[in-house]
Design a protein around this ligand. Structure first.
Ligand SMILES: [Fe+2]
Length: 354
């Protein structure tokens, strides 16, 4: 039996057919993430061993270039003076509000059509479907990141090594991801990871607890920052940090336990990235899906958690203590979703529960 629902949102009217019952249950061959070697002969072996992997060409180069153009056009479209061809326009006043890490967190950017188009790319979805052995996925409504070469008056991006997972909840819980849209070599901005750090995470936290290592304050228990003492522990274990190099259209995935942060560019290429993270819908509760539906309808962000652990309170951002003059509640281009991407909102699955 299959289940069909028809749904109208402000932007979309979508008829969704949920899959018929399969002979083999979803997830029967999902990656175990148990620290033991795997033998898939694809990116999953690196992910299991190193805690991260690069899926080359998850988005074909031609479309990746188109998305990079859409990203830069979006920045120019605020009308604040930024011009991709004039490095002198890379100034706070000429740009939407970015945090020091390069993230645009407001303006409803996470629901712009071009961001949804990236989320709907088959090669990106398929990587997560392969890891979970499950096509019934939901996606995060996460932010985008721009790391400018010519930072000048932008705040400094200092190292902020962390893992995006509560140490009190050990074991594999989330596979994070980002789509890279500009060339990212050794001197370019991008993700840096502590290779293999996922497999020593439980041991690490036990050692930190045993010596009462102070905790870096965090806005959520699902974020853990590595202190100097923590970094020294990783180094003593022989773990190395590695800047992940990749091309436009490549997808980087990492286990949330893997220590990571992003580095600013020191070369000549701006960094452009879109975070995207999928998880099986069966791991979300009805309450999660209700919260997620609300986030979608209000065009709000959810951080990297696909089950909407956190929902941003607003898209309106402040600039120097006042409402940003170009603040907006909703995206410039309201998203029109395909059947596949609409399923990723979780709404069809929620409606099938009623
Ligand atoms: Fe992170």
């Amino acid at each position: 039996m299959s289940t069909t629902t028809t749904t109208t949102t402000t932007a979309t009217t979508t008829t969704t057919t949920l899959p018929a019952q399969k002979s083999k249950p979803n997830g029967a061959n999902r990656m175990p993430f148990d620290g033991l070697p795997t033998n898939y002969n694809d990116f999953r072996d690196a992910l299991s061993r190193d805690g991260y992997a690069v899926i080359k060409g998850a988005i074909p180069r031609e479309r990746a270039d188109k998305y990079a153009d859409a990203f830069l056009s979006y920045l120019e479209g605020f009308g604040l003076g930024y011009n991709r061809h004039d490095p002198s326009t890379v100034r706070r006043a000429n740009l939407p509000v970015l945090n020091e890490k390069g993230m645009i967190q407001a303006y409803g950017v996470t629901h712009e059509q071009w961001v949804w188009d990236i989320r709907g790319e088959a090669g990106v979805i398929d990587a997560f479907a392969k890891v979970y052995d499950d096509e019934d996925l939901i996606v995060s409504f996460d932010v985008v990141n721009v790391g400018f070469v010519n930072r000048e008056d932008l705040p400094e991006n200092k190292p902020w090594p962390h893992q995006d997972q509560d140490p009190a909840k050990p074991g594999f819980r989330c596979l994070q991801g980002l789509i890279n849209l500009h060339p990212s070599g050794p001197n370019d901005g991008g993700l840096i990871v502590c290779k293999g750090g996922h497999n020593v995470s439980a041991e690490f936290h036990a050692a930190m607890n045993a010596r009462n290592e102070p905790r870096i304050p965090a806005w959520t228990p699902e974020w853990f920052g590595f202190t100097e003492g923590g970094m020294a522990w990783l180094a003593e274990r022989g773990l190395q940090w590695e800047k992940v190099c990749c091309d436009p259209g490549d997808l980087i995935v990492w286990d949330s336990r893997t220590p990571h942060y992003n580095v600013p560019p020191t070369g000549t290429v701006d960094r452009l990235a879109v975070y995207t993270c999928y998880t099986p819908v069966c791991e979300a509760s009805k309450e999660d899906l209700v919260r997620k539906k609300g986030a979608f309808e209000q065009r709000l962000g959810t951080t990297h958690w696909p089950n909407a652990v956190h929902v941003a309170p607003t898209n309106v951002t402040m600039r120097d203590g006042e409402r940003c003059p170009v603040a907006r509640e909703r995206p410039v281009q309201e998203p029109v979703l395909s059947e596949r991407t609409y399923k990723l909102t979780g709404i069809p699955y929620l409606e099938a529960m009623v």
